[in-house]
Design a protein around this ligand. Structure first.
Ligand code: FPP
Length: 250
């Protein structure tokens, strides 16, 4: 059986999240500047997004820039922001052709003005697409998101809009950036690092984790399919035992 045939199209994850890591090391291995790694990283983004759309994955969340990434050398931050602006602008036709809707999570207000403008434009143009939603995590960190949610709930309690007794997992989720987005079933991290780096900490409570040595610019269609096949071969028990599976998860 060819490896793509091992993919069960009826049991695809609804939401895949990816920590795209290894751009800098990829460039260094080639004796090039780190920024070139990011340029090739964009090519990998394109391949993966197109594959997700082709497969019918509902949500693909990409960790494109973390809160902590602001601490990189200024020239690298500027290059990443410039690349973001250029890429979004250039890729709008690809998003349209593949029926992809763009969405963002993170502290978007902290981005440079031109990046915010490009993102708003692309979000507006793609808003009626109903294929894959590509969620770009920009200036994002899970602790920032969770702290913000706590703050919003505290204010609502103070204003008498929420009774503290009403605070539940569900209500908390509704105050996160990912409101209306299901938790990812699969989280992929490239480049051999095995950590979560402040990404979607609330949402990945029961997510299957997949780590690969491949550096992000080398990650392509077959690698995404491989990760999904690996996910499909796992038994997700959500704290239950095998014999109980099939009943609902709380
Ligand atoms: C991690 O590699 C990657 C990033 C911090 C940025 C990811 C950005 C892109 C792939 C391009 C922009 C994306 C879009 C959607 C326009 P690293 O630099 O940490 O690599 P290293 O760990 O090898 O140093």
């Amino acid at each position: 059986m060819s490896f793509e045939k091992q993919l069960d199209k009826n049991r695809l994850p609804r939401h895949i999240a990816i920590i795209m890591d290894g751009n800098g090391r990829w460039a260094k291995k080639k004796g090039k500047l780190r920024v070139l790694g990011h340029e090739y990283g964009v090519k990998a983004v394109r391949k993966v997004v197109e594959t997700a759309a082709e497969l019918g994955i509902e949500f693909l969340t990409l960790y494109a820039f973390s809160t902590e990434n602001w601490n990189r050398p200024q020239y690298e931050v500027d290059a990443l922001m410039h690349l973001l602006v250029r890429t979004i602008n250039k890729e709008i036709p690809t998003l349209q052709k593949n029926n992809i809707k763009l969405h963002t999570i993170g502290d978007i207000d902290s981005l440079p003005r031109d990046a915010k403008a490009e993102l708003s434009k692309a979000i507006e143009i793609t808003k009626n697409n109903n294929g894959t939603t590509m969620v770009l995590a920009l200036s994002y960190s899970a602790r920032w998101e969770i702290t913000n949610a706590a703050k919003k709930i505290a204010i609502a309690v103070k204003d008498g809009k929420i009774d503290p007794e009403q605070i539940s997992k569900h209500l908390f989720s509704e105050h996160l950036n990912t409101v209306n987005i299901p938790d990812p079933e699969l989280l992929i991290r490239t480049s051999g690092e095995k950590r979560i780096s402040n990404f979607l900490l609330w949402q990945i409570a029961y997510t299957e984790l997949y780590f690969t040595e491949i550096l992000w610019p080398d990650f392509g269609k077959n690698d995404l399919i491989n990760a999904i096949i690996d996910y499909q071969n796992r038994e997700r028990r959500f704290g239950k035992i095998s014999e109980q599976l099939g009943s609902d998860v709380t």
